[in-house]
Ligand binder design. Structure first.
Ligand code: FAD
Ligand code: SF4
Length: 504
């Protein structure tokens, strides 16, 4: 009996479960990695995402070879042909694959016709397995991240003193919402020059006939575990100590603020969640850092990231198709071409995404997703764009973040109310409005900010549904106080905005 291991592009960890099965030994276990052109034609991808994944795969294959594994690396049209040829050439009788995180890839695996047995090995890339999350969720009326996170703190003994949270508090969110006032001294992120392997992939992506989006250069992401560890170390030393206060702030030309830039590496397998959490916790004990920053960061990885992954596997398979508000407006062209956007906040963030395939959480949630929600854009078109645009996008993290958190298209499985906001929020938490042709204080008139008329139009259109959500009722009272002629103009402006883009 010969066992072979197929390593997928987001499983780049030497201790991943399929490589660690007791039955296998390095010297006589063939390993394969495959780049498939067809797989990346299913949708568009940011050019830097293609470079990141393929360069990281090629580097990982080299590292496995150096470590004594017998590795085949294949660049092919699709997966089945090279897989079958390799299985036959190596005389493989059983193929191990670590359970993919993404459901579409599980479906692809099921559709393959292989000349040997396929064994899916349980995935060990998350702290909570899908079954463990299911146990936690069982019987709960509301799946609140906060309670899941607290359970995680207790289970893994992170920032705990026995059964109590350190300093007696679970949550320091309130201290982490400072608006950006005055000159902010933001730390430099750590970037890398492309090496020969990365340059080769860049040339390949440049020439390849892929449906791609965004700038290929400058490509500055890390592509190895060593790079990822350096990014983690730089974050812990220079960004984590002051991560908290401006976590929600947005500033022109400050693309990363104090954010960690770790999601591309965590999602590929180059970093593991517990080593990231442990490094942050250790820095707290070693350097007596402020707890709002440490807790604020650990909440993201131990809380949100694990929650999103658990929930993705817990919800029904039709979750990606959900459209709770029945929003059907098409995605405006400026999402694919930032210079067409005349709203400064959207133009800034979309330009940044084109250049680096990254925006931080509040830019994603309160600019891109918020606009999509209140303007009534079709959730599946929006999800498709997010998936294409971001360096860290994978199905497991995209569906819950976009369909659930960003657009409330799941009807409230994830969030207790829609994250809908007017220009008031953008003006308070960013400097974007200062250089915009629209006025954040106006909801009617020629200079009315679209975030304002869309916000009130959204509340008005969905009033009956929102009335049932206790947490939005006080805002609906403000809608009730609005003079009818003002509401009529708001409705008209919202309709005109769409009609000017897609005349029917
Ligand atoms: P930081 O803000 O420094 O946070 C640290 C880490 O916490 C991140 O690296 C990430 O691993 C984790 N994290 C924080 N929030 C989340 C979350 N909601 N879901 C999952 N992990 C989280 N994250 C992705 O990894 N891929 C995506 O494609 C993605 N799309 C998003 C789309 C929308 C509409 C929204 C609202 C959020 C999305 N997120 C996504 C979550 C979050 O915005 C990113 O993980 C984060 O911005 C990555 O940058 P960072 O590493 O600098 O994060
Ligand atoms: Fe965005 Fe409106 Fe502010 Fe302009 S005024 S930056 S469109 S929120």
């Amino acid at each position: 009996m010969t066992i072979g291991v197929w390593i997928l592009g987001d499983q780049l960890w030497s201790e991943q479960a399929a490589l660690q099965r007791r039955a296998i030994a390095k010297s006589n276990t063939p390993v394969i990695l495959i780049e498939s052109r067809q797989w990346v034609q299913v949708r568009s991808y940011h050019r830097q995402k293609l470079v990141l994944v393929w360069s990281a795969m090629r580097h990982f294959a080299e590292e496995l070879r150096t470590d004594g594994w017998s590795v085949t690396y294949n660049i092919a049209e699709e997966f089945e042909t090279p897989l079958n040829a390799w299985i036959q050439a190596e005389g493989i009788t059983e193929l191990f694959v670590m359970q993919p995180n993404d459901r579409p890839f599980v479906a692809l695996l099921r559709s393959l016709e292989l000349p040997c047995q396929l064994t899916l090995v349980p995935n060990n890339r998350f702290l909570w397995t899908a079954d463990e999350f299911g146990q936690w969720a069982k019987g709960r009326k509301n799946l609140l991240m906060e309670y899941f996170y607290r359970e995680g703190r207790q289970r893994f003994q992170v920032l705990m003193e026995g059964k109590q949270p350190i300093a007696g508090r679970w949550n320091f969110d309130k201290e982490n919402r400072k608006p950006p006032k005055g000159k902010l001294d933001t730390p430099e992120p750590l970037w890398f020059e492309p090496d020969a392997i990365t340059q080769e992939v860049m040339a390949w992506v440049q020439q390849g006939n892929f449906t791609s989006y965004g700038a290929l250069e400058p490509f500055r992401w890390g592509v190895t575990r060593s790079h990822a560890l350096q990014v983690l170390d730089t974050f812990i030393q220079t960004r984590l100590p002051t991560f908290g206060p401006y976590q929600d702030a947005m500033v022109t030309h400050e693309d990363t603020m104090w954010h960690a830039l770790l999601s591309p590496y965590l999602n590929l397998g180059l970093l593991q969640p517990m080593e990231v959490i442990a490094a942050a916790e250790q820095a707290y004990y070693d350097h007596n850092l402020s707890l709002n920053s440490i807790e604020g960061f650990i909440r993201q990885v131990l809380g949100w990231r694990e929650f999103m992954h658990g929930l993705y596997h817990h919800v029904d398979e039709d979750y990606p198709q959900r459209n709770f508000f029945d929003h059907q407006q098409p995605l405006p062209d400026f999402f694919w071409d930032a210079k067409q956007a005349d709203m400064n906040c959207l133009r800034q963030v979309l330009t940044q995404v084109e250049h680096m395939a990254y925006a931080h959480h509040i830019q994603r949630l309160m600019i891109l997703a918020n606009f999509s929600l209140i303007a009534g854009l079709n959730p599946q078109e929006v999800e498709n764009w997010f998936h294409a645009a971001f360096i860290d996008a994978y199905d497991w993290v995209m569906q819950t973040n976009v369909i659930g958190m960003g657009l409330f298209a799941d009807g409230g499985i994830l969030a207790s109310k829609p994250y809908a906001a007017s220009a008031n929020y953008v003006n308070r938490m960013s400097d974007y409005c200062k250089s915009c042709r629209y006025k954040p204080t106006q909801r009617t008139g020629e200079a009315a900010c679209p975030f304002n008329f869309f916000y009130w139009d959204f509340l008005d259109r969905h009033r009956s549904v929102l009335e049932q959500q206790g947490r939005t009722s006080f805002i609906l009272k403000n809608l009730d106080k609005m003079p009818p002629e003002e509401l009529a103009e708001i409705r008209q402006r919202a309709a005109d905005w769409h009609n000017q883009r897609s005349p029917r």
